[in-house]
Design a protein. Structure first.
Length: 64
């Protein structure tokens, strides 16, 4: 069940990545709903995902 939630979160973040404000909002929702070890996996994914999207880098401050 937990992998499903993490995969769902990733898909939502991918879909809203065109808008940094919306991306930030969805990232905050993810932080509230994911378990600590899932957050670690999400952090790794986010670092890789935002390499090519510098406009999203400021949003990562919420996970640090």
């Amino acid at each position: 069940m937990t992998k499903v939630m993490l995969d769902y979160t990733k898909s939502i973040l991918e879909r809203v990545s065109f808008d940094p404000a919306l991306f930030y909002k969805e990232l905050q929702k993810a932080i509230r709903s994911l378990l600590p070890y899932e957050m670690e996996q999400l952090k790794v994914w986010l670092l890789n995902f935002t390499k090519e999207k510098p406009e999203l880098k400021p949003c990562l401050e919420v996970i640090k």
